[in-house]
Write a protein that binds this ligand. Structure first.
Ligand code: HEC
Ligand code: HEC
Ligand code: HEC
Ligand code: HEC
Ligand code: HEC
Ligand code: HEC
Length: 495
């Protein structure tokens, strides 16, 4: 009889319920593990069950068994005390005592093992890109999709987002749990606000793989643009990006990566989005020289400044989109032309596509149909001759453009290149011009320079039939594709 084999304290409703739950959970777990190992396709939800939900039930079952037994024991003891027969006999020959010891030891070992393995697997699982990127697919899909096209597609989300150490681990899990609730309640911001609060400093993330002492000397950028005229005229610019120091007859410049040189520190105070910078402090740690630059247009009183947090500039103030970049229509259309995916022989294609992408779409589905419709309508109304000749090509171009749009904008999350600007450069958002705009000045009038040739030289520029060149270490004078009035301040006014 089973009653003779198990300790009497097991026979109480709570422990029996616990045993049933634990048994069902164990069988389910074995079944699911076999299933996940044999299944060819990967399923995130299955992993959530295997690593989180089912082990939670198993754990609950085991807790219930023990709780029931303790409770029953106490009750039995009380009864015994009442009848004054409280003599505990510890006799290994007694089958009940033997069985209860065997059960106790086995269950404890199983429990410890499953807890250790379970915790390890659960931990690993919550650190995986699938967990970060796919589980909350509505929320994180944009980042996950953009990430797979980035130079960091082989770097795990957690390597940049969490960093090493127990402290950051605990913080991440606590905020993770909060985020799961926001996700379930569907009350998360769209888009998620940036800059992210509490992102680990670059020293603990980026600098594990890249280090500021490593000098990236110069970099050659070769951009191809296509103008909005009937011929989609190509306009090329080759630029020498002065990442590291350079020496010329006119003197030595320190280069772009100088901001992060271990010998200097650049601090700033800004608005919440960090797109307006009020106050910049430059500290030379070796000489002790300090300079404070203030924006003359948005000048704040010292009381107002004291309330704002001070941020020390690091990699992420410029490389703010290292793994999930959302690019502008102008950028990806230029790339589609440059790689031959769109043909420059379709008249006005760049212009028509730019116009079609100008106004936002409210949903992915509406973008899927509307981009094509807008393009067709524009051609029919404005360039009917081109439409007659190229209708088929225009339709297939629309499909390519729509796909590219969907890789760079996520209407449901309100994500696009304006919401998540890229701080490298200054064309469509202010980027470097947030500080380098000739408006940030010291008390004695020194400016953070907007001098174009401080950051890059132009080695080649113009249309294919009218290109100007110069040798390296020199620069041709910058020329805008169409003549600009004198009084412009920022490229982003128009672009
Ligand atoms: C190479 C480092 C790096 C990797 C890898 C990375 N991120 Fe990020 N991520 C960042 C930085 C830096 C920001 C901060 C942007 C800011 O504050 O302006 C950020 C911001 C975000 C944001 C806030 C919204 C946004 O788009 O800016 C989300 C959500 C996010 N990351 C999710 C992910 C997910 C999911 C993965 C993996 C699929 C991932 N990240 C991989 C560096 C990284
Ligand atoms: C786990 C290692 C790792 C971490 C962490 C990491 N990177 Fe990288 N990063 C790489 C590798 C590897 C490459 C080269 C990829 C290639 O050339 O395809 C790279 C490339 C880059 C590039 C050049 C991209 C390009 O288009 O050529 C930049 C910029 C960069 N990383 C910045 C960052 C920043 C900023 C962070 C922190 C937010 C960071 N990285 C974190 C490994 C890492
Ligand atoms: C002041 C802004 C700024 C800061 C701060 C900054 N970078 Fe850069 N970085 C740039 C610019 C601009 C480029 C050139 C980008 C381009 O032309 O595509 C660049 C290029 C790079 C590249 C590519 C080099 C190559 O030759 O392809 C890497 C890698 C990189 N940065 C890593 C870092 C890391 C790591 C940090 C932090 C220690 C950092 N950067 C800090 C502005 C910055
Ligand atoms: C938060 C403000 C800030 C931002 C943003 C910023 N810089 Fe700077 N930058 C400074 C300050 C301050 C100096 C030093 C001015 C001085 O000499 O006192 C500086 C100096 C430089 C220099 C060195 C000039 C020399 O003397 O050789 C270069 C090059 C440069 N920045 C490029 C960039 C680029 C490229 C970006 C954008 C990717 C950028 N900066 C973004 C604040 C900023
Ligand atoms: C503080 C440094 C800095 C200054 C000053 C600066 N630039 Fe740039 N510029 C950059 C960086 C960084 C990029 C981005 C390269 C990239 O996208 O990889 C860039 C990109 C460009 C591009 C290519 C546009 C693009 O993003 O496709 C042009 C053209 C250009 N700059 C012209 C100018 C002109 C003209 C001036 C002077 C009015 C100027 N720049 C001043 C840093 C600077
Ligand atoms: C007053 C408005 C205005 C300002 C300011 C302006 N642009 Fe432009 N830009 C234009 C117009 C208009 C075009 C022509 C568009 C076309 O034909 O595709 C253009 C075209 C360009 C192109 C080639 C087309 C393309 O695909 O982007 C580049 C590169 C460019 N501008 C860079 C800059 C830079 C860099 C700055 C700042 C230093 C700047 N522009 C400032 C209006 C402006």
């Amino acid at each position: 009889m089973i009653k003779d084999k198990l300790p009497s304290s097991f026979f109480n409703p709570v422990s029996i319920l616990g045993a049933i739950i634990a048994a069902i959970a164990s069988i389910t777990l074995i079944f699911l593990v076999i299933l996940t190992q044999t299944q060819a396709t990967y399923n995130v939800y299955m992993d959530v069950f295997v690593y989180i939900v089912v082990p939670m039930f198993l754990f609950m079952g085991l807790v219930l068994i023990s709780a029931g037994m303790i409770w029953k024991r106490r009750k039995q003891k009380k009864n015994l005390a009442a009848s004054e027969k409280s003599v505990f006999i510890f006799n290994l020959k007694e089958p009940k005592t033997r069985n209860s010891i065997i059960i106790f030891v086995t269950v404890t070992i199983l429990f410890i093992m499953s807890t250790v393995i379970g915790t390890y697997e659960t931990f690993h699982y919550t650190e995986s890109n699938e967990f970060c990127g796919k589980l909350c697919h509505k929320v994180m899909l944009p980042e996950y999709s953009a990430y797979q096209l980035s130079p960091h597609a082989r770097v795990n989300c957690v390597d940049c987002h969490i960093g090493n150490g127990v402290n950051s681990f605990v913080k991440a899990k606590v905020s993770g749990i909060r985020q799961v609730f926001h996700y379930l309640g569907s009350n998360y911001p769209r888009p998620i606000g940036t800059p992210l609060e509490g992102l680990r400093p670059a020293k603990e993330t980026c600098e594990k793989c890249h280090w500021p002492q490593k000098v990236y000397s110069h970099k050659l950028n070769h951009f191809k643009y296509f103008l909005r005229d009937s011929a989609n005229t190509e306009w090329d610019i080759a630029m020498d990006m002065k990442l590291g120091p350079s020496t010329k007859l006119s003197g030595t410049s320190r280069g772009i990566h100088w901001h992060d040189d271990p010998g200097v520190e650049v601090q700033y105070k800004a608005n919440a989005k960090h797109d307006t910078i009020y106050w910049v402090k430059y500290i030379n740690k070796k000489t002790g020289v300090e300079k404070i630059y203030e924006d003359e247009e948005t000048k704040k009183s010292s009381a107002e400044l004291a309330l704002l947090p001070t941020r020390t500039m690091d990699c992420m103030d410029c490389h703010n989109r290292p793994a999930h970049e959302y690019r502008s229509p102008s950028f990806y259309l230029n790339n589609l032309f440059a790689t031959g995916k769109l043909s420059t022989s379709i008249p006005w294609l760049k212009k028509v596509a730019m116009d079609a992408l100008k106004n936002k779409f409210s949903t992915t589905d509406s973008a899927l149909t509307e981009i094509r419709n807008r393009m067709r309508t524009k051609y029919q109304n404005k360039y009917p001759l081109a439409f007659q000749t190229y209708e088929k090509q225009i339709d297939s171009a629309a499909t390519i453009i729509t796909n590219e749009y969907l890789a760079n904008a996520y209407p449901e999350m309100n994500i696009n290149f304006r919401e998540y600007p890229r701080n490298i450069g200054h064309l469509e958002s202010d980027g470097c011009f947030r500080c380098h705009n000739d408006k940030h000045k010291t008390a004695d009038g020194k400016k953070i320079t907007k001098d174009c040739y401080n950051c890059h030289d132009f080695l080649k520029q113009g249309t294919l039939d009218k290109m100007t060149f110069c040798d390296i270490n020199n620069s041709v004078k910058w020329l805008h594709p169409i003549e600009l009035e004198e009084d412009w301040e920022k490229c982003s006014e128009c672009h």
